[in-house]
Design a protein around this ligand. Structure first.
Ligand SMILES: [Zn+2]
Length: 340
């Protein structure tokens, strides 16, 4: 089976954004009473939104199952307050659940969390629990910077985050470290803010003792681990100078990178330097880069092609496409067994 660990519902029917626009407009009106979403999206509209996009690409590219979450750039945790974020998050997660119910063979859910700048991560635990226990999801996207590019929250290794980690460990689900849109003009969202966050999270994991405190806590760092593979020597050297564990040891059962790297040399480098057991197949389709590479004639985000071109053994290929995802998302195997 070929599991794509990184897909977003970037093509959701317009009614979802309409609700969000109303929410944002309401923030300016002191008389506005925040309302939970009541979307009038039909099953056919959901089918239509996926058939020409994510499902088409799954079929064309020969992948089987996408670990599917709400549109990451739209999480925008910096907008509004805790209630704004909670209502928006629930609407987005409920829609993912409907996608998974309509196409149980093709999608399995990962949730957005109701984060807000300055609000304790513990307050996100209830929505995580609802998504895992009631909606059948297998993980969450955790935004290390709910301020949207101003980095006002403590590092991911700080005890600030521990109550949420306790819930993740209890439920046996990982988090993909995933920022959202940037409201800092210095950082383009997908070109800078995303890659910065991936790199930043990895360095924080080197510095902290998080996995001593939570030996089973798991994170997926997307976009191929940001700048880390290219600067692997720098991070090895820093870890050594700081008398921290070796990188493969730190990552072993706790930190995984996906393959959302949009050219062959980048994928070649990723597999050359990062332990294969810590790499999960992912494409982030339909997502950050939607065009076709004129040099190859293929979509930039058709990352399966780059993996197909690697000289991997069958056993290693199976790990990257399936086995490693099963390790990173412990509930995945259980959920899939139930579906059969
Ligand atoms: Zn993403």
């Amino acid at each position: 089976m070929i599991i794509d660990c990184h897909g977003h519902y970037t093509t959701a029917p317009a009614d979802l954004q309409k609700y969000r626009d109303g929410q944002i407009a309401g923030l300016k009106d002191p008389a506005h009473v925040p309302q939970k979403a009541q979307l009038s999206i039909s099953d056919d509209q959901i089918r239509e939104s996926l058939e020409g996009a994510q499902l088409k690409f799954q079929r064309q590219r020969g992948t089987d199952l996408t670990i599917f979450s709400p549109r990451a750039s739209a999480m925008a945790h910096h907008i509004g307050n805790e209630t704004t974020s909670k209502h928006w998050t629930q609407a987005c997660n409920d829609l993912i659940k409907r996608v998974c119910d309509l196409y149980p063979e093709n999608f399995i859910g990962v949730c957005q969390l109701p984060q807000s700048p300055g609000v304790a991560p513990a307050n996100s635990a209830a929505e995580l629990e609802r998504c895992v226990k009631d909606l059948g999801f297998v993980g969450c996207n955790l935004n290390p910077d709910p301020s949207g590019g101003h980095w006002t929250a403590p590092p991911l290794t700080d005890k600030h985050w521990y109550p949420l980690y306790e819930k993740m460990v209890e439920l046996d689900v990982p988090a993909m470290v995933h920022v959202s849109s940037s409201c800092n003009a210095n950082f383009h969202a997908t070109g800078a803010h995303y890659i910065n966050a991936d790199t930043t999270a990895f360095m924080q994991f080197i510095q902290g003792d998080l996995f001593k405190d939570f030996p089973t806590l798991k994170f997926i760092i997307p976009h191929g681990g940001g700048a880390v593979p290219y600067h692997w020597g720098r991070y090895r050297g820093l870890a050594q100078d700081m008398k921290r564990p070796l990188l493969p040891e730190m990552m072993r059962n706790n930190v995984f990178f996906d393959t959302c790297v949009y050219h062959q040399p980048g994928i070649d480098l990723l597999f050359k330097v990062v332990p294969l057991d810590n790499i999960l197949f992912g494409s982030e389709m339909v997502g950050a880069v939607r065009g076709i590479d004129p040099e190859t004639g293929n979509y930039y985000d058709d990352t399966k092609r780059y993996l197909d071109a690697l000289p991997l053994t069958d056993a290693d290929r199976k790990k990257v496409f399936e086995g490693n995802a099963m390790r990173a998302y412990p509930l995945l195997g259980k959920r899939l067994a139930k579906k059969q």
